[in-house]
Design a protein around this ligand. Sequence first.
Ligand code: FE2
Ligand code: FE2
Length: 482
Amino acid sequence: MSMAAVDYDGLIPNNVALGGDVRVKRALEKWHPGYIGWWMDMGPEGFQNALVYLRTAIGVDPKGWAKFDYVRMPEYRWGILLAPPREGRKIPFGSHKGEDAWQEVPGEYRAMLRRLIVIQGDTEPASVEQQRHLGTTAPSLYDMRNLFQVNVEEGRHLWAMVYLLQKYFGADGREEAEALLQRRSGDPDTPRMLGAFNEKTPDWLSFFMFTYFTDRDGKMQLEALAQSGFDPLSRTCRFMLTEEAHHMFVGETGVTRIVQRTCEAMKEAGISDPNEIDKVRKLGVIDLPTIQKKANLHFSLTLDLFGNEISTNAANAFHAGLKGRFREDRLQDDHQLESGNYPVLRLIDGKVQNDDAPALSALNMRLRDDYVADCNIGVGRWNKVIAEHGIPFEIKLPHVAFHRHIGEFSRTNADVDGKILSPAEWTHRRTDFLPSAADKDFIESLMQPQFEPAKFASWIAPPRVGIDNKPGDFEYVKIADA
Ligand SMILES: [Fe+2]
Ligand SMILES: [Fe+2]
């Protein structure tokens, strides 16, 4: 059997020849009921019996890896799929650069590698938990289906990480796999590991911002781990990236459709000033300044996921060959970074300025820079829609010093342009930058469900094309069967 062939007959679809690996197969089958229990408790609330038109990964061929069909979510086939091996793959960076990629865990790096896998794994169920109440306020069946698609795939990503833990880390891997089902997003006693994954996702604008900004952090982390010298991790992440692209598509197009609807409604009503917030809100759409505030919130929370700008952990993981840079294989340098500098934005003498740091220490900063550049692409598309309607407004990413809780700027307050504010100024101006209680109330008031095929809530435009090329009136979720 070639490694790419998928065994779809057993309990756990896979292309890792699980049938011939009795120990791991048993361990995963033992973990399975706990996973389903977690899904029933913490997965999409109120729709576990609905028939959802979902794609399921059934292979790893880039041209035909998924099939679409109606599925009840608890019956989704969560599988273990690794991208095909690359013959003769070498470790692409770090002190082991050029050696054969590891097929087993290198003993000296075992703890570091396990930690990387657990941190990645923890984010996957966390976002399902954060999004579990959103189904009840979906602005359309199309959007509801996209939410559930993202949810089941985050579930699969948890499986992907748990497979690595069960297969390669013995008893402590099993313990970690259990713990991944025990932690809960936002729980004061057993929270998820990273801050942004303990925040609420209270409404659909937040959901789209989350999938645009925070799933994109996921993409950056997966890209860096896809470079890993530990080949099973590399192959796992390569395939996860295929699914991840859809999550960011949901976020980017979701915000685009909201912006579009707002601009259309403003034009129809003859409102050209985007700051006439009350008038715009009366039209049943979300004013552009509030969309900007939500972007400020989710962007800044996500930047914290990149950790400290200067990081020994990141340097060690790179040196060890475990976690590379964004698209390491396309970079032109020595891939070892023993010398050379990288500019790091820091707070020096009360001013935000660049300061050269050893490149190896500055890897988090570098990944964050790549992330910001990637974020700006979609923001440009949102602005294009606004410009097409002739409205004088531009959505901008806030300065990286704005509203930070981790790293160089966590002990200071900055405005969205990076100007340092006194604590009093910050308190006074906070709701100029971030959603206020009134903004949240307004958005919440719009979150009325729209469950009729072909219909959309007042505040969001229909998509240009359907999922899997389905027509506009397609019934993406059959709630009546629930
Ligand atoms: Fe994921
Ligand atoms: Fe994702």
